[in-house]
Design a protein around this ligand. Sequence first.
Ligand code: IPE
Ligand code: IPE
Ligand code: MG
Length: 248
Amino acid sequence: MAEANKSTRTRDDFERLPRHVAIIMDGNGRWAKKHKLAVARGHRQGTETLREIIRHTDDLGIEALSVYAFSTENWNRSPEEVAALMQLILDFFASEIDELERKNVRILILGDKSRLPEKQRETIIEAERRTAGNTGLHLNIALNYGGRDELVRCARELAEMVKAGELQAEDINEQTISDHLYTRGQPDVDLLIRTSGEMRLSNFLLYQCAYAEFLFPEVLWPDFTVHDYDDALLAFGGRERRFGKRLS
Ligand code: IPE
Ligand code: IPE
Ligand code: MG
């Protein structure tokens, strides 16, 4: 099975790769249901997929990968499911951090860390700290993330700066906003993939996805393979991105 989930494709097999890929990893619950397993098993299987997708993204030399792991709305799930997801955060970093650090990956958590339990908060801050000096793949993990929440924070930050006289209101432009988002310094999202056939953003990277290409493969996240990922990347290469211009 491990072999089936290895890609032989390299950067040269793609005419054009996205600089920044965002993934809404959806379908863990349906996968568990389909296999008559507890929902926590679905989430655990999902982290196996995530590991392979991170590896392949890094091998392809893509600049940034943002994955949606837990939304500000996911607190509304049962306490058991939330606890299982919180445990997976600890397990994921415990098993992956050494390899990620060694591979020069920079980990950044997108979202409000303050609402996370202390152990999880310490773990992710430590992962960010250990990889802060790295220069390779930007791996953004969205935890307690909401796109609207991010924009509200940005507005507050800018308002405080204006109040303190550090910024003139008329100097605020699109770049100023980008520079005050969690993803500051990174390119906008070029390709957004949401698995499981759902076609919505669910509050993910609202500002950064302004001109992203969208792909909605039907496959459930735990079943998503590196081959499905390659297919998505190839499909992206075939998209005509116009950015409002008339090209012909
Ligand atoms: C996505 O899988 C993972 C999280 C939201 C944490 P879901 O748990 O939403 O899977 P479905 O949508 O119920 O199948
Ligand atoms: C979005 O998926 C959040 C994550 C994948 C972490 P959801 O499954 O929570 O989104 P909705 O509720 O179907 O829109
Ligand atoms: Mg879902």
